[in-house]
Every structure is written in C-alpha cells, then in structure tokens.
Ligand binder design. Structure first.
Ligand code: G6P
Length: 433
C-alpha cells in the first residue's frame, strides 16, 4: 500500500492553525506506535486485531468449508450485519466472484430479502451466518427466514451452512444442536476489525480465493508499522486524517476509483464512524465512487464548504479494455486508449482539481486487486484508524451509542427488560399526547 499525503500536508503545516506542527505530530505518532505495539504483543482488546495476519489460521477456514465441496456451490450468501458482513463483502467484492457469486443479507428489508431468496438457486447456495455476539436480532431473524426458504424448497440447509460466532448465544446453540461446522470469532477483536479472520474470510475460501495471500498481505502491513508517519503508509493516513480533523475536516470522503472497491468504502464507513465517532469528535465518513461521482458530487467537494478530506483509493493496474478507434468527429482522442487510461486520467484530473482549490486530499494506492494487496489495504486502514484513535484520545474499540439502540430494539420486541426500550416507549407516548 502506498500513501501520498503531499496534497494534504500544506493544510496541516499552515502556521497559526491550532494543530500540531508536523514534527510534534510525528513525535506523537512515535508514542502512539509504542502503545499500539504493546497492545498487539499482549493481544489487548481491540489491538489484537492488528495481530490477525499472524493469528488467523487459513487451514482452519479452508477445512471448515471443505464439506461444501460435495455441493456444486454457485453462490455464497453471508447472513450478518455491520462488522460481521462488510469485511466479507469487501474481500469478495475486491477479488471478484471466483467460483461462486457472493450475496449479503445485512438488512431486514422484507422486499429485498424475499426477492433475493426467490432469485438464489438455493440448492447451489452456501450460507455463512456470522454474529460475534450470537444475538443480533437482524442476523438471527434473517437466518430463520433463510432456513425456512430452504425447507420450503426441500433443500437441506444444514449441509450448506457454516456458522461463525462467539462461545455463547443463540447462534452457537443452534450450530451445536444442528451439528453445523462452526468457527470461532477471534478473541479480543471487534467486528469492524475482523475482516482478516474467520469472520471475513469464509466466503473468500468458498469462492476459491487465496486466503493465505490475503493474510500475507496483512502481514506485510503489520511489518510496515513503524514509529514515524514518514516511514509508515498506514500511520501517514491515520495521522493526516487526525490532523485534518483537528483543522476542521469533519467529513472524510472515501472515493475509490474501482467499482470492485465500492464495498471497501462501506467497510471504511463503519470502521471510521464506530471507532472514532466519540466524545464530540470524529469525521463523518462519506462514500463516493470515481469516476461516476465526479459527475454528481465533485462540484460540492471543490467549491462547497471546505470541511472535507478526500481520500482516493485506487489500484495502479487495470485489465486492458481498449477503446476502439473511431473517426467520428470529436471522438478520435479516445481511440487507441483503454478504459483504464481514461479512468486514470479522470482520477488525476480530479486530484489536481481539488488540490488547486486547496481541498486536502490523500492518495492511497495498491498495485492491483489481488489477495496480497487487498489484505494489505484492509490492514493498513485498520492500523490508520487505531493510530487516529490514539491521537484523538478516544476509545477506538467500543461502540456504546450503537449498543443503546440494539438493546432498545430488542426490548421493544419483547426480548427482555431493557431501560432503553422504556425510554423509547416514553418518547412515543409523549409524541402521541
Ligand atoms: O457480530 P454481531 O455481534 O452480530 O454484531 C454486528 C454489529 O452489531 C453492532 O451494530 C455493532 O455496532 C457492530 O460493530 C457489529 O459489527
């Protein structure tokens, strides 16, 4: 992974702004790096995520999905939500379908769920049900609906299902009762940091992707961590994002120039929002796609309120799709190029346009969309996020605000006594009166 913060540095280095000078910032990166290293070594909660490339056993994942070889798997359906869905969606999205298409049920929208279950060839569809807690209402409800659809078609779902969950909870009970292949979530790793584990890699294994390569890429990211933002791409990204946030960049636009990285932008949104949105701080993540969103959002980024950091994410190599020569007047300039050339030109023009307008932007590149590069990209963003959290002084690995809503929803559905549900009921009562 390569990170170029050149276009953002001038914003940070502007004299008189209430932001650390670069030198001081780098000293703080060195301190934070020491803290992070201690956390990784001791496998402390959260920091353990940065040890996943070493701790995840590709063989365990590959062995768990072996029984699926007896079925001609055409599709893999992930049933999970948040960190239990987005890592897998990102990996599979970035690497492409491999031997089976991937689908994700991470919402309880009845229209979408019904349509998806109607369309999927269930006899040839493997299901990966993931919930770290084993209690998340959306995931368990969707799984019950999926099971029912298999039974209605007379297809044995138990032969097609792999579960990944924690040691307790209803999902673990169900896996035990039905004798399903069940993988453990890694200890001490919050869902949004678990892409490079059983949580994120099962669909990739079913699709025949190179799970060891993904972990090797993560390990390259691990080995690149060092005590200076000038030597470590991940920390350059984390430190500049922190510094820009301090300077008013309250929004962080993640703009991949690759359709296959669209899920990556969604994964980034959860990582950044849940980890850093605390104590009145944090950057609101915004998802955009190059070149498409140049034609819808770029006007705002360049000429609207300068409260944004734009981070471009792109592979350096593209498959060659030549644009045919034409003698149509006004189009001849396209002939002889490839779609990749055009995409690159669009990217470079946009980057220059934002820089010329003084909007800080960062460039994150990988060589190509292969297992190693994607593993390194995911690891690099996680390390960037952990570093930014250290610099901001927030509790990166918790999400109390999300949990309030989860408890309230369960309470409202009769899933136990929850004070939060009482608060919602009281608010509804006041609205009615
Ligand atoms: O994996 P689960 O326990 O089902 O949790 C799924 C998701 O639930 C919540 O929304 C949390 O805020 C997320 O961080 C988590 O990834």
């Amino acid at each position: 992974m390569y990170v170029d913060i050149g276009n953002a540095l001038s914003s940070v280095a502007t004299p008189g702004v209430s932001c650390d000078s670069l030198e001081r910032l780098d000293e703080r990166v060195a301190d934070a790096h020491e803290r992070i290293e201690r956390g990784i070594t001791d496998r402390e909660f959260g920091y353990a995520a940065l040890a996943l490339p070493e701790d995840t056993d590709a063989d365990v994942i590959e062995t768990a999905v072996e029984p699926l070889d007896d079925i001609d798997v055409d599709a893999v359906l992930t049933v999970g939500i948040g960190g239990s869905a987005l890592g897998a969606a990102t990996v599979s999205g970035a690497l492409g379908p491999g031997s089976a298409g991937t689908f994700v049920l991470d919402n309880v929208d009845p229209r979408r769920t019904a349509r998806l279950l109607d369309d999927l060839p269930l006899a040839d569809t493997a299901v990966h049900v993931v919930s770290r807690s084993g209690t998340t209402a959306e995931t368990l409800a969707n799984f019950l609906v999926v099971r029912d659809a298999y039974e209605a078609e007379g297809v044995d779902w138990t032969e097609r299902t792999v579960v990944t969950t924690g040691p307790d909870g209803p999902l673990r009970t169900l896996a035990d009762e039905e004798d399903l292949p069940a993988l453990d979530v890694p200890d001490g790793v919050p869902g949004r940091f678990s892409a490079l584990s059983t949580v994120g890699l099962v669909p990739a294994a079913i699709q025949g992707h190179d799970v060891s390569g993904l972990l090797a890429g993560g390990q390259a990211g691990r080995e690149s961590l060092s005590g200076s933002l000038f030597d470590c791409p991940a920390y350059a990204l984390g430190a500049i994002s922190y510094a820009l946030e301090e300077r008013g960049a309250s929004q962080h636009v993640c703009m991949p120039y690759s359709e296959d990285l669209e899920f990556f932008a969604e994964w980034f949104a959860q990582l950044w929002a849940e980890s850093l949105g605390k104590d009145g701080l944090g950057q609101t993540p915004v998802r955009a796609l190059g070149a498409t969103d140049q034609h819808s959002q770029l006007q705002l980024y360049r000429a609207g309120r300068h409260d944004k950091q734009v981070t471009f994410v792109r592979p350096r190599e593209h498959p060659a799709v030549p644009i045919p020569e034409t003698d149509v007047e006004g189009l001849s300039y396209l002939g002889g190029s490839t779609l990749g050339d055009l995409l690159d030109a669009e990217f470079e023009a946009t980057e220059a346009s934002l820089a010329a307008a003084g909007l800080p932007n960062v460039r994150v590149e990988i060589d190509r969309l292969d297992a190693e590069s994607v593993g390194e990209l995911l690891y690099g963003y996680e390390a960037a996020c952990v570093l930014a959290g250290e610099l901001m002084g927030v509790e990166t690995f918790t999400q109390p605000a999300v949990e309030w809503g989860k408890r309230a929803a369960r309470g409202l559905l009769g899933g136990g006594e929850f004070e939060e549900a009482d608060a919602v009921a009281e608010k509804q009562r006041l609205l009615v009166e």
